[in-house]
Design a protein around this ligand. Structure first.
Ligand SMILES: C[S@@+](CC[C@H](N)C(=O)[O-])C[C@H]1O[C@@H](n2cnc3c(N)ncnc32)[C@H](O)[C@@H]1O
Length: 317
């Protein structure tokens, strides 16, 4: 567990299960594509008694600097986007990953809890939402410059928000918006009735949850990066190596499920064709038929784990 500049700590989600499914064995190469505060990465090192090569990637330079100060030379840490995983690991002289690749998607507690990063609707901060502060696109730019229709499409597609048109209209007439709390209050005014709480939870989610999720996904091109990461990660793995992915919302999980299913397919000939001519072989054996969810105890101890879903697969020979 690591502490950020705001004093918040990031508790790794489904730590036991994810590391078990990664099947850590000494002598092999592992990639943690979202090193963050290093909770999972440190556990990989620990399980193998330090006798593994671990590459840690993260888009957040601050997170990597803090992690590097803690773990020193035990792992190769690379500031970059996991969409570039192939170039990153090959740049380190690694052609294939024989142990496994882990990705624990989304934002860390340090990012969420630092108002300056603009991810939280609960704390006043600039409308930033960039995982990588080198990137030119911010939420502020999207909110203040996009045509109303494009804004509504983003909020609908990436936030699955039914009131997207109403919210986009209200944003456009309130321009310019500068802070997270201004935007959150505006969305709350658009959605008069609060959403009902999910079973087992005391509070309904904040009305701005979906709009913030949508803007964050758009600012960081999260789904585009995830799709390329999954395809390239599958190519990098050697037979028997594992791919473990933890997602935090349905759009991410759907993408992982679709790409895993496609990679696990044998014949891809048209269904009416009597004899197979494609000779297509499955690339991946799906280990988790259904996504693994955190248990009740974990959700109570770490409410941020409640939407997590874990899927794992093993590269076929
Ligand atoms: C949930 S946190 C990971 C926490 C980590 N597993 C731990 O136990 O400390 C997600 C991390 O992924 C990083 N991230 C998000 N999108 C990324 C991308 N496209 N490429 C690389 N890192 C990314 C974020 O900066 C954040 O640090």
């Amino acid at each position: 567990m690591s502490q950020g500049a705001t004093g918040s700590r990031h508790t790794p989600v489904m730590l036991e299960k994810s590391i078990e499914l990664l099947n850590v064995r000494p002598g092999l190469i592992y990639v943690d594509a979202t090193a963050g505060a290093g909770g999972h990465l440190r556990e990989i090192l620990k399980r193998a008694g330090g006798r593994v090569k671990v590459v840690g990637i993260d888009r957040d330079a601050g997170a990597l600097a803090a992690l590097s100060a803690e773990i020193g030379g035990q792992s190769r840490l690379v500031h970059g986007n996991y969409r570039d995983i192939a170039g990153i690991v090959q740049g380190l002289g690694i052609d294939t990953v024989d142990g496994g690749i882990l990705a624990d998607l989304g934002v860390s507690s340090m990012q969420l809890d630092n108002p300056e990063r603009g991810f939280s609707f609960l704390k006043e901060g600039p409308l930033d939402m960039r995982m990588d502060s080198r990137s030119p696109l911010t939420a502020e730019r999207l909110v203040n410059t996009l045509p109303e229709r494009e804004l509504a499409d983003i909020i609908f597609r990436y936030g699955e928000e039914r009131a997207s048109r109403k919210i986009a209209r209200a944003i456009v007439s309130a321009r310019p918006l500068a802070t997270t709390t201004e935007l959150a209050a505006l969305v709350a005014r658009c959605l008069r009735a609060p959403r009902r709480a999910a079973p087992g939870f005391r509070d309904s989610s904040h009305p701005a949850t979906r709009t913030f999720q949508a803007l964050r996904i758009a600012v960081n091109d999260e789904l585009g990066s995830l799709e390329r990461f999954l395809r390239d990660a599958l190519q990098l793995l050697s037979p028997g190596a594992r791919l473990v992915v933890i997602t935090f919302h349905s759009l991410e999980d759907r993408l992982v499920k679709q790409i895993f299913r496609k990679a696990a397919q044998g014949c891809i000939c048209p269904p009416r064709q009597p004899v197979c001519t494609c000779n297509h072989r499955p690339e991946l054996l799906i280990i988790t038929r259904k996504p693994v969810l955190p248990d009740e105890k974990e959700v109570l101890a770490n409410p941020r784990s409640r939407s997590a879903k874990l899927r794992a697969g093993q590269k076929e020979p």
